[in-house]
Every structure is written in C-alpha cells, then in structure tokens.
Write a protein that binds this ligand. Sequence first.
Ligand code: F6R
Length: 365
Amino acid sequence: EKGDFPHYMLKEIFEQPNSLRNAMRGRLSRDDGMAILGGLNMTPQELRGIDRIILSGCGTAFHAAMVGEYVIETLARVPTEVEIASEFRYRNVPADKNTLQFVLSQSGETIDTLAAMREARRKGIKCLGIVNSVGSTIARESDGGCYIHAGPEIGVAATKTFTSQVMIMNLLGMLFGRIHHLSTADGMEMIDEMEAIPDKIASILKQTDRIKAIAEKHANAEGMLFMGRQANYPVALEGALKMKEISYIYASGHPSAELKHGVIALVKPDMPSIFIAPDDAVFDKNVSNIEEVLARKGPVVCVTTEGRTELERLTEDVIYVPDCPSYLSPLLTVIPLQLLSYYTAVARGCDVDKPRNLAKSVTVE
Ligand code: F6R
C-alpha cells in the first residue's frame, strides 16, 4: 500500500532509513568490528584465498556494483572489477579458483544476470547472489549470498534497492578488509559510521520541499548532465538513469574531469549540470569544473556536504548532505538525485510508477 504517498516511488525513497537498517540488522558485530555474512557459505580461510572479485548486474544494480568496486578496493585492497551482466555472458573472462563473483539483482530473475552467473559457474567460478527477492532464481541457483532485505519494491525505478545493495558492498568491503589488514578498531569505527547513515538519510529527506523546487525550476530542460568522481561517478550514472527512466529527459552521467574531453560542448542554458561534489579529496577539482560550466552559461545544481557554503556563491541550487566517509558517500548523495528525478517527472506529468516501455523485471534477453 502507498499509504499517504502519491506514488510507490516516493514511498520507497522515504523507506530508505528503514530498509538500510534492515540490510545491516544482525550483520554487524561491534565487539570484533566485523561483518557477519553467514549466507556466503565460505570459511575465513576460503575468503582469504580470494584474490580477485567480479561484480555483475544490469541497470541500477550495475551502478551499485561500480560503487562496490571502489569500496572493496579501498577498504580491502582486493582487485575488483565490474562487468555489465549482458556483456559478461558473451565474454570469455579469465578466472581461476581464487576468483569470486557476486551478482547483484533486485528481482533475482533478470535473464542477463542469471546467464552471467550460469556462465561463471560453468567455468568453475564460485558465484554469490546479492538479491532482494527471496527464493528467486538467482537466490536458488547461486552458491550462496546475501539478501538485501529491502522489502517489496513496486515502483519500476529502483531506489531503495540501490542503497541496500551499496550497503552490502560496504559490509563486504569491511569483511574482506578485516580478514586482511584492517584492525578491530578500524572495523568498530566503520560500524559506527554505517549505523549513523539511516538518520543522516532521514535528515536529507527533510529537505524534500527544497529539492522539489529545484526540480520544478529545471523541469523543462532539454537534457541534463550528471557529474561526479570516485564513488560518486556511479551515482552520477544512477542519477542520469533515474532522470531518463521516469521524466524522459535525456541525461548522461560522466566523471567530472571528462567534461573538457567532449561533454562541455553540450553545455548551454537549457542543459543543467548536476554536480555531486561532497567535501572530499577532489572537492576543489569539482569546483573548477563547476566554474567551467558556469562560464559557458550552463545552470548548475550541486549536491555537497553541509558546511561547504562557498558553493552558494556560484549557484543558488545547492543541496546539502551530512558528512560521512567517502566509501559511504553514495548512500547520501543519491537521495537528492532520486528526489530530483521524481519531482521532475511529476512536474512533467509522467506516470512515475509505470514509465513507458519499461518492466520491473526483464526476463527476456
Ligand atoms: C532502474 C531499473 C533497472 C534495473 C535492472 C536490473 O531503475 O530498475 O535498470 O535495475 O533491470 O534489475 P534487477 O536488479 O531486478 O536485476
């Protein structure tokens, strides 16, 4: 039931503080600063033998996997690569017994993701599922895995399942980090940061009216560019995908620094750029890119960290998210982008929960 919400998508966006608590429940051991993921069906010895991780999925799940690559390599230093499931199935990826594949899927039924898993298992690669739908085909056929426990997602556009998948990527990063080089104290600190995320999301959701006003202001745009770096580059891709899917505005996501390698040619007054520029190591680099866009009369919307008020000198459309470590940042920065696409679609009169030409689960190739 939608309850007080006009659409399932909005309801599901607002469920995220809770769905993330459910993703973490029973999986964080404060005493030893460790993640507990029993469903992986692997001993610490087996996990320590893994020297390469492959993450696969489609659409939004692929974007969560891209965040996973950043998070797992940063926290655990295990070489990780992401393959779009539909491409993986037709590639002949070299792998051996020390390679571990994770497939990410909300429905657990996406044919390309299923085929990627079957192909990997045929080659003897162990494959674990990160799935929402309990008892789905991927959940049944995989060698184990981890449910995200986000609850049913009815809106065709994936929202809460993205953040839950990203949270599981963080649990995996912590788990692999802890069996290698991270200390108990490192793990305990990470648990504190993870457990603080749901309340931080709740505080972003309180700014919904402001985000709605920004969305309405740009709702007649011809197109939109989404820019981010590091773990927020996949968030830029996800923001652009949401915008395309439900508002039908053409949008594309890019690493901010790629701007001058071509994308800047698109900048003009009815082509806003949405920058994800939190207070991190590349903040100043993002600011220079923002200035380049403004110099060419492109409107800019910024998602940044509370306290970085200097961006208000550049644009009036600044959305603040609370501070957090960079590996958790996508969990916060994606929220304003979900709301931005939702209110843009509503302003344009689109059928938000059932966008044209799309199905919730894609079971044909
Ligand atoms: C985006 C969206 C799709 C799915 C993709 C994978 O909002 O819903 O891009 O993310 O079709 O679906 P699952 O996760 O069910 O495998």
